[in-house]
Design a protein around this ligand. Structure first.
Ligand code: NAD
Length: 361
């Protein structure tokens, strides 16, 4: 089959890691008989240099017309780049917010998986790690506290700040459906995280999630309060399969979950809309400190491409093949500088991409 992919290399290490992900996708295409056609789109600093804005309408339209988007990263050195002395809406990261909004990407999916080969980098004790962990955090991305009405004003002579947390049942239902759909492709377990002992929005969240669960009888649903979940992630991470939660809780818990895997260069992510359309990108930034040196770890981007195969194109076998190839290369001892340890072979960005592509079968 033929798939149209909008590719956004972006800034910093973006072009290097995206190049390697395309290399791996092309090998998947060869082995499994698919054609991936790429259209390059400018976003971030490179778009500012070319057009004066971080994302043009045309770029957004190209992304919208494609089957999915593969993104590297955008942004320069924080506080020390030509793109920072400009209004906030003209900075590289504004392109990211604009494309998420423009494509209605309300569901953010971040896997946290511990590779046994990299278990040394995990900050948890061995007895807690056990056989490892393999979870996905499904975070609602366009509602809740970050998008509610907010203001600061003086009330009876006292400065008072107000943020509003609003969710309606439709917003909750559509993200819950995504979480259950993804659980169906995994170990069929959803942990819905809320603060239903205090918040009205959480009580509605729980009610709607339970309604959605009735359509997924094979999936086991449990509820967990967010404070307990923060503890459980470092006490027994192996218990989780899919964690479903609202925007702010997901922001905090997904960072906690990624921290316990120990390596930022390995973490993929996806943001999806109501259909199968998604934007796939590594969880890390553009790493300007190592850009252009061929030393960045391309694995997070390669695993993001695997998520694209699985969630946008329903190519589960092909996604499995990419994930298996990453594991195989790690088990052979190949490591980019960020995950290198004594006794391993240090490889470049290009070599890591070559090795993973070679192992696709
Ligand atoms: P960063 O994630 O780019 O880098 C943090 C540290 O991790 C750096 O030392 C970097 O060298 C290292 N690192 C990151 N990815 C790596 C990889 N694949 N291989 C090896 N090492 C890697 O975060 P930052 O330094 O805070 O931000 C740099 C720029 O990226 C900023 O402009 C920021 O706004 C932007 N940013 C973009 C995105 C995005 O495009 N989605 C996300 C976060 C940050």
């Amino acid at each position: 089959m033929k798939y149209q992919i909008a590719v956004i290399p972006g800034d910093g290490i973006g072009p290097e890691i995206v190049r390697e992900a395309k290399k791996v996708l092309d090998k998947v295409g060869q082995v499994y008989g698919h054609e991936f056609e790429y259209t390059e789109v400018l976003m971030g600093g490179v778009s500012i240099d070319a057009y004066g804005v971080p994302l043009t309408e045309e770029a957004l339209e190209t992304a919208r017309k494609s089957d999915s988007v593969l993104l590297g990263a955008v942004g320069g050195n924080v506080g020390n780049s030509r793109w920072y002395d400009v209004a906030p809406n003209l900075r590289p990261e504004a392109g990211l917010l604009a494309i998420r909004k423009g494509l209605n990407l309300f569901a953010n999916i971040r896997p946290a998986y511990l590779y046994q080969e990299l278990a040394e980098a995990c900050p948890l004790k061995k007895e807690i790690i056990g056989d490892g962990f393999d979870m996905v955090i499904m975070r609602e991305l366009t509602g809740g506290l970050y998008f509610g009405e907010r203001y600061t004003k003086e009330v009876d002579g006292v400065m008072t700040a107000v943020d509003t947390l609003t969710y309606n049942e439709n917003e909750i239902r559509r993200i819950a459906v995504k979480a259950f759909d993804i659980a169906m492709k995994r170990r069929k377990k959803v942990t819905s995280v809320d603060k239903a002992n205090v918040l009205d929005s959480s009580r509605l969240w729980r009610k709607v999630v339970e309604e959605v669960a009735k359509d997924y009888l094979e999936v086991t649903l449990t509820h967990m309060l967010v404070d307990n979940c923060a503890m459980q992630l470092v006490m027994n991470p192996g218990q989780f399969d899919v964690i479903l939660t609202e925007n702010m809780f997901g922001d905090i818990l997904s960072d906690e979950a990624s921290m316990i895997t120990g390596s930022i260069g390995m973490l993929s992510s996806a943001s999806m809309n109501e259909s199968k359309f998604g934007m796939y990108e590594p969880s890390h930034g553009s790493a300007p400190d190592i850009a252009g040196k061929d030393i960045a770890n391309p694995i997070a981007t390669i695993l993001s491409a695997a998520m694209m195969l699985r969630y946008s194109f329903d190519l589960d076998q092909e996604a499995d093949a990419v994930e298996a190839a990453v594991k195989k290369v790690l088990s052979q001892g190949a490591r980019t500088a960020d995950i290198w340890s004594e006794g391993c072979e240090k490889v470049s960005t290009t070599q890591m991409g070559d090795r993973i592509a070679e192992c696709i079968e």
